[in-house]
Design a protein around this ligand. Structure first.
Ligand SMILES: O=C(O)CCC(=O)C(=O)O
Length: 276
């Protein structure tokens, strides 16, 4: 799928686009089963260290970040040479109070580019009652808004970072994908999500794409998957490819890469609460 010029204009103007059809229902079921099999091995949940860089742990996710159904719209917005910096699971069990406070990701990720795109794909219902993402149109333009660290047990963000002024909930747009659909937003766009009041788990996976010209300006070492085109500069070490779920050959690389991202996200924070 390539984007129409109206869709490209909407993304440039508002900072987001949805819904985009990606997976069939059979594919969704297979991905969810693989995820839940790993969760079952841990007593029902992913380990905290298994949430980031998860394309190194799940073969289907390593395939998904290279899938044309995901990448064609991304290429239409950021060009043909694409790195995937990170992939993160965002799981809210049914009835969970977990939430995500209003934030802009460019404040924390140490990435030099304004063009980084988050693609968020649903593996289960992610409607308003399930606590789908909402986005503040237009906030991808202009200065980074002021954030404060407000550590909270139910906040899924590392340090409970929250924008203190400049967002107006009344203007927020909900982005509720059906299972198999994704939304995309510029990582500068302020976004948030509420608790899951629905009957099913809300399972999402975010994939973070950037042009190969991007640099990591906070961490000394970082990694990314080259998912399309060429990357002669190799400012990020290219991640190895999983050949199976929890591929033993690359678990050590995953641990190093997840720790590097964690250190970047907590840079300058008073407390590092990560359980990595
Ligand atoms: O899953 C959510 O509710 C929030 C996800 C998020 O903040 C992101 O993908 O950048």
């Amino acid at each position: 799928m390539t984007l129409t010029s109206a869709e490209r204009d909407q993304y440039e103007r508002e900072g987001y686009l949805f819904p985009i059809d990606v997976l069939t229902q059979d594919e969704v079921a297979a991905c969810r089963a693989s995820l839940e099999a790993v969760e079952a091995r841990n007593g029902g949940k992913l380990l905290p260290a298994q949430r980031p860089k998860s394309h190194l742990l799940f073969k289907w996710l390593d395939d998904l970040i290279r899938d044309p159904r995901v990448l064609d719209p991304i290429e239409a917005l950021i060009g043909p040479n694409i790195l995937c910096w990170n992939t993160i699971f965002w799981i809210k069990d049914a009835g969970s109070e977990s939430f995500v406070s209003w934030h802009q990701d460019n404040r924390y990720w140490g990435l030099s580019s304004d063009k980084v795109i988050t693609a968020w794909l649903a593996l289960s219902p992610a409607r308003i009652e399930n606590g789908c993402m909402r986005v503040m149109p237009g906030t991808h333009k202009g200065d980074v808004l002021h954030h404060e660290d407000r550590y909270h047990d139910d906040n899924m963000l590392t340090r409970g970072q929250e924008i203190t002024e400049g967002v107006d909930d009344a203007r927020a747009v909900f982005m509720p994908p059906e299972p198999g659909q994704m939304s995309i937003h510029n990582y500068r766009a302020a976004h948030a999500s509420g608790p899951n009041r629905g009957a099913d788990r809300r399972i999402g996976v975010s994939m973070h794409f950037m042009p190969v010209e991007t640099e990591q300006v906070v961490g000394a070492w970082d990694s990314a998957a080259l998912v399309r085109g060429h990357d002669p500069r190799r400012a990020f070490e290219h991640t190895p490819r999983a050949t199976m779920d929890l591929d033993p050959e690359i678990l050590a690389f995953h641990a190093k890469a997840a720790k590097a991202i964690n250190d970047i996200l907590y840079q300058g924070a008073a407390t590092n609460t990560a359980k990595l």
